[in-house]
Design a protein around this ligand. Sequence first.
Ligand code: ATR
Length: 294
Amino acid sequence: MPLNIDAKTGLVALLGWPVSHSLSPAMHNAGFKLKGWNLAYLAFAVRPEEEAVSAALTGLNALGCVGLNVTVPHKEMVCRLVDQLDKSAKHARAVNAVLFRDGRSIGFNTDGAGFIASLRERGFSPEGKSVLIFGAGGAARGVTLALAGAGASSIVIANRTLDKGENIARDINRLGLQPNAHAIPLESALIKDIASHTDLVINTTPLGLHPGDIPVWDDFSLFPSHTLVVDLIYNPEVTPFLRLAHLAGLTTMNGLGMLVHQAALAWNVWFGCPGPVDVFYKAARSASQSNNQI
Ligand code: ATR
């Protein structure tokens, strides 16, 4: 928490619905404290109707707020509401960070680059790698684009609704980036066919968030032993998807690294310098433990 809120305290805000379990206030306020900056980061639950989100953006801009984070379910809507879009948000069709400058709002997306940074931190370079992604929602789109931009050689999107996977694959292929992207339905035989030449597997579905959830995929026996298995979920820390991958002897990673690195990159948007990754990890872990005790 900022030590002294006074008449000069600046504001960075998070808009989402709901936001009460977000770890972002803990991370960013710990960073502001480390820097000794007179800034506060507050989370606001904003109803999902366009009038509400639009009013929040206009109001925070008028109040002189430095910038925003935007989370589920507003990321796509804010894309339409800001005055200007950075290339990162234009490609992802989603905004997770907004900068207010000279009364105008500029939308950015640091989720994709944050994901790539978390892979590299784990020692995994996406260049030339074959990737299998489960799910085709907003998170899948962001991660897929980022992997394409980072030089993955092949991307397969496995999704219950084939069209949604095909839409993402089409968009990737249209950008003229290197990877060959295509979509398949969530069918066991098709997934087993590609398993033996996959380097990275990612769950972007919400399956695993709630106790008793059945994972989107449970057979990791055919993946090569070097395969990295990632779940974008970070609470719980170990989902059934990751537990099964670990039991099959594969390396696993949850979504905390992506959360931390997207936050660090949001500082580039607001302040022109990256946020302190170590402080963010520490603050996020401690806030997550407190949340789980509620
Ligand atoms: P976000 O936009 O936050 O990534 P989302 O739009 O809810 O989240 O997307 C979640 C993805 O998980 C979707 O691709 C969804 O599949 P559909 O496109 O068929 O809806 C997938 N998903 C959610 N629940 C699922 C389930 N029970 N089984 C398989 N896939 C599921």
